[in-house]
Ligand binder design. Structure first.
Ligand SMILES: Nc1nc2c(ncn2[C@@H]2O[C@H](COP(=O)(O)OP(=O)(O)OP(=O)(O)O)[C@@H](O)[C@H]2O)c(=O)[nH]1
Ligand SMILES: [Mg+2]
Length: 308
């Protein structure tokens, strides 16, 4: 009954510094992997909608790139995409990593940005599974103090994307603040991004998990071919871009071992997601300094329009 009188809906922006668990939280809330996650900061590059369907309501969680000081054009677009999500939000959530005893400079800057939003503002202290139970109230207070006095948080919540603790409370807190509105997405939709997007992201996720230091941050993945055949697996051809020849060598690895590992792990994830056998072909290409080239970002879907 998505458009019945009394139906409530809204966009809920999740903002915070990189690595606090925004994407993990989105996945936990909608019960499906709509966004990739990794221990490396700046995993998410796009604003991604994660749609949660409730009786009489629809919550559109907006996962966003971590707020950081950009060092590339790509980083600037990422931070703009996060700001854009905040600008259109019905509820804003500042997500912080409760695993740290005290907020850092990145949290302070993110808190200031969220305090500018005119909509209700919630503080979501994630990763409480890492905090001894007795220390949780103190931790919440330390982070709640991030809000300027003129704009305190409307509510402070402790959650864990990893265990699901507190997620129902977060949903209830958001739901109480939703305006009346239509269902923005059909009942079977969990995200606004197409399957091809998620496949490219799943290849990038394995790069983030298997490659070291700066290399995965220089990786971009595009889907170039997508052929469903009458017999045989779905053929997906992707290009994995890096910025330098030396990085190409690392991605391919000795005798092709690294590329094989990335491809195998990504294929399994893609098959799980699509529920069909897949033949995944990955080409590796060098595009010098693509993170600082507006034209490259645009053609890779990483310009301002692609990230929003
Ligand atoms: N223990 C624990 N780890 C978590 C929790 N939530 C996320 N993580 C881990 O924290 C790391 C970062 O999670 P992400 O969801 O990628 O964080 P993010 O905020 O989306 O990061 P960016 O996209 O880089 O901004 C991953 O290794 C997650 O597994 C949690 O509740 N508990
Ligand atoms: Mg993320």
């Amino acid at each position: 009954m998505s458009d019945s009188p009394g139906f409530m809906s809204g966009f809920v922006a999740l903002l915070g510094r990189p690595n606090v668990g925004k994407s993990s939280l989105c996945n936990a809330l909608v019960g499906e992997k709509v966004a990739i996650t990794s221990p490396a900061p700046q995993t998410t590059r796009h604003r991604i909608a994660a749609v949660q369907h409730l009786p009489g309501a629809q919550i559109v969680w907006l996962d966003t790139p971590g707020l950081h000081r950009p060092r590339h054009l790509l980083g600037r677009s990422m931070v703009r995409a996060a700001a854009g999500a905040l600008a259109g939000a019905d509820v804003a959530c500042l997500v912080v990593d409760g695993g740290f005893a005290a907020p850092g400079e990145g949290d302070r800057r993110a808190a200031w940005q969220v305090s500018q939003a005119a909509c209700p503002r919630l503080l979501v202290v994630n990763k409480v599974d890492l905090v001894p139970a007795g220390a949780v109230p103190e931790r919440l207070m330390a982070y709640a103090a991030l809000a300027p006095r003129r704009a305190p948080f409307d509510e402070v919540l402790a959650v864990s994307a990893a265990t699901g603790v507190g997620c129902a409370g977060l949903v209830a807190a958001v739901r109480r603040r939703l305006p009346l509105g239509p269902a923005y997405f059909p009942e079977d939709a969990t995200t606004d991004r197409p399957e091809q997007f998620l496949c490219a992201e799943l290849v990038r996720e394995q790069s983030l998990l298997l490659l070291r230091q700066e290399v995965p941050h220089a990786v971009a993945v595009t889907v170039d071919e997508w052929q469903e055949r009458d017999a045989g697996p779905l053929f997906i051809g992707v290009t994995l871009y890096v910025e330098r020849d030396s990085q190409k060598g690392i991605v391919i690895g000795r005798g092709g071992s690294m590329l094989r590992a990335i491809g195998q792990a990504a294929r399994l994830e893609i098959e799980r997601r699509l529920g069909t056998p897949v033949y995944l072909e990955i080409r590796v290409r060098v595009r010098e300094g693509w993170r600082d080239r507006a034209g490259s970002l645009e053609t890779m879907g990483l310009g301002d329009r692609g990230l929003r």
